[in-house]
Design a protein around this ligand. Sequence first.
Ligand SMILES: [Ca+2]
Ligand SMILES: [Ca+2]
Ligand SMILES: [Ca+2]
Length: 267
Amino acid sequence: MRQELADKICGYKFAQPGMVLQHDEVDWCTLLTDPPPAVIEFVETFNGVYDNIEEPFKIMDASGDGNISRTEMLSFARRIGIGDEPPRTIREPENWDRKAWLTEVFRYLDPDGGGEVSMEEWMVLGEIFEAQQVAVRELLEFLQLRFGTQDNAWQYISGLKTLADLDGEKVVQSQGNNWGKSTTRRPSTHAEEMRKKRNTVIQQSGQEIEITYEEFEESMLRLNFIGELKVLFSTIDTSGDGNIAESEWMEAVESILGATSIKTGDS
Ligand SMILES: [Ca+2]
Ligand SMILES: [Ca+2]
Ligand SMILES: [Ca+2]
């Protein structure tokens, strides 16, 4: 049922055992793939920064007339953190051109070409903003279902425990282990063991564990989770350094699922 729900909301697909999903069999969430990349990246910069989509509009409408002109957009995007350095969500920062990028966003927002973006026009971003929040929520709920608790999910995502470690745990077996499928007792790979060792040392030294995109992608694909992983990753990486730090992951869990959902296990 959860899988059905996820399909309806955002087109996630979960591969059946022994079956490889082809890219074009997947009904990708149109909201997250249709707008130009600049628009997606633009909205992603708001995640974890603004509670709603109206806030950045009001900040940029310096004249307060309820419209954002092209000039206001180019000047006052600085007030919402879009300065001379590429924002954290830019996929190809080395090729980023601030003016061209903002102009592309402006054109998308002002389809009537009137030269002003009204609040009504701006609100198309609201759907993308919502879709990104829903996507992160679905990811976290998927992990909770798979691993029983958010704490177990973090243990897996951070590499502190391998899939083999967690599937051996009673808590996973008794709580929604991958829609009742039998546990996959696949032994941990050498790479998993190395990462576990490395991150255990980092954790014991009191430093923050950081996850790279490649590690995140690999962990999620191993669970047969196919979604907009890049969008999810940059939505959670609010510092924009290309890594998800433990604190960023916990912030996402807290802001999206609420603080009560974090279970600290036996600590
Ligand atoms: Ca204005
Ligand atoms: Ca307009
Ligand atoms: Ca980060």
